[in-house]
Write a protein that binds this ligand. Structure first.
Ligand SMILES: Cc1cc2nc3c(=O)[nH]c(=O)nc-3n(C[C@H](O)[C@H](O)[C@H](O)COP(=O)(O)OP(=O)(O)OC[C@H]3O[C@@H](n4cnc5c(N)ncnc54)[C@H](O)[C@@H]3O)c2cc1C
Length: 412
């Protein structure tokens, strides 16, 4: 079932299009597909960047509630899919107050670090990097089976509000992602990889690298230090949740969790240093392309291959075997379909290698290992460089600070 009709442009039509063509691949029902306020497409991305106001960002980035007091930029879905590129967002922060600019640019560097880490260790990011999962501290009571079976108990207002936002919006501020990850992995003692996948399925900005790193960081498997979630953070970042909670006088997260990091690990090859494939520095062109192959990493008008070959059709393949495995929420597919509608791209459903076989392709190099496996089997005649914020080197990626030290970065 290779070629799909073009997706319509307005939300209701897009939801119906996803329901008709892709509902066999989603984890939720069509009634839930259209609930997110994030719109896909270049014009929505451009509008979000134009509205970026970083005044007070450093102070307010971690605010959870009330929503109007949040300082987070909400740019992540656009960065995730290359509708905005890290260097242009970095530059857009140039006029912000110095403290806010520095904090925001540090966060952009976390995104770049996650990408470098993935480019270096690939699928090894799926397993603990530097420590085993957390374990109960000596003498701590064992976690009951009830909590293991339901690591995000809906009776807790903080859990109900954050899982509700995740499922409805497909997005969370960083603070509540950490709450959910810590509650799951450290407090409930559930398998952090299952929690990671449960969150990933619903995130519109979900990526194996940023989500994988966020979970490893919170569970302590990336650093050997567990992020502890307790009532203290909720009182500080969203006090109204505690006030409204049925368990406010018997809070199950009143005290710090009694956990400690798991045993130290050596880490996968390349973590402490080694070569990273960063792609070409300049376009490598060996022939005349007949189509531009777009990937989920780079769906913006400024995609280097698209910009270099404006006169050939753009094609995107919804990777059916991959989607069948991932079972993403329909919200994510709506976001992608809105983006593809605006691009006017040819949309296909199937195995990208089979769908694109026999066509001379232009494309933009990108860092996920799955892209390389597919590109090697296709006729790529024009390969364009990835727009790194800082080009990967061979230094350590064991921690964010080691990575920052190991390569020359941009001036903050
Ligand atoms: C458990 C967990 C899971 C996460 N999963 C994802 C994910 O799948 N995709 C994703 O893009 N981010 C993920 N993050 C990182 C971060 O929470 C989001 O990028 C951020 O909340 C997005 O909101 P924003 O655009 O308003 O961020 P802002 O605070 O405005 O930051 C601007 C940009 O910087 C980048 N950024 C900020 N914080 C981080 C971070 N800690 N790590 C990497 N990049 C960062 C993002 O691209 C973000 O859009 C995760 C964090 C945790 C703790």
């Amino acid at each position: 079932m290779p070629l799909l009709p073009s997706p319509p442009t307005e939300r209701e039509g897009v939801v119906a299009w996803v329901a008709e063509h892709l509902s066999h691949l989603t984890c939720d029902e069509p009634a839930a597909y259209g609930t997110s306020s994030f719109r896909g497409g270049q014009s929505a991305a451009d509008a979000a960047l134009a509205a970026l106001d970083l005044t007070g960002y450093a102070r307010r980035r971690s605010v959870v509630a009330p929503e109007r007091s949040r300082g987070a930029s909400r740019l992540s879905p656009y960065l995730r899919h290359g509708l905005l590129q890290l260097p242009e967002v970095w530059d857009a922060a140039g006029d912000a107050p110095p403290k806010d600019r520095q904090r925001f640019r540090d966060e952009l560097q976390w995104q770049e670090y996650a990408r470098h880490l993935y480019a270096r260790v690939g699928r090894d990011l799926r397993e603990p990097l530097r420590a085993d999962p957390p374990v109960p501290a000596p003498g701590a009571p064992a976690v009951g089976p009830e909590l293991r079976g339901d690591p995000w108990p809906g009776r807790m207002a903080c859990m109900a509000a954050t899982t509700g936002e995740l499922h409805e919006q497909g997005w969370l501020v960083n603070q509540t992602r950490m709450w959910l990850a810590s509650q799951w992995a450290a407090r409930a003692g559930a398998d952090w990889r299952e929690g990671r996948d449960a969150m990933y399925r619903h995130l519109i900005d979900g990526s194996p690298y940023a989500n994988g790193l966020g979970w490893q960081w919170s569970a302590g498997t990336a650093t050997g230090k567990v992020y502890g979630f307790s009532r203290w953070q909720v009182e500080k970042r969203a006090p109204q949740l505690c006030r409204s909670c049925a368990l406010r006088d018997a809070c199950p997260v009143q005290d710090w969790p009694e956990v400690q990091p798991g045993a130290r690990r050596e880490g996968p090859p390349g973590l402490a240093g080694g070569p990273t494939d960063a792609g070409p520095r300049r376009p490598e062109v060996t022939g005349e392309p007949e189509a531009v192959w777009l990937t989920a990493e780079s769906l913006g008008d400024a995609d280097p291959a698209l910009a270099a070959h404006p006169d050939v059709p753009a094609v995107f393949v919804l990777d059916e075997p991959l989607l069948a495995r991932l079972r993403l929420s329909g919200k994510r597919l709506v976001f992608l379909a809105e983006t593809l509608a605006e691009l006017g791209a040819e949309v296909r459903l199937g195995d990208p290698v089979a769908e694109l076989a026999g066509r001379r392709l232009a494309t933009t190099w990108t860092f996920p290992p799955g892209w390389r496996r597919r590109a090697d089997r296709l006729d790529v005649v024009a390969l364009h460089p990835w727009p790194w914020l800082r080009r990967p080197g061979s230094g350590s990626v064991r921690s964010f600070s080691a990575w920052v030290r190991s390569a020359p970065g941009r001036d903050r």
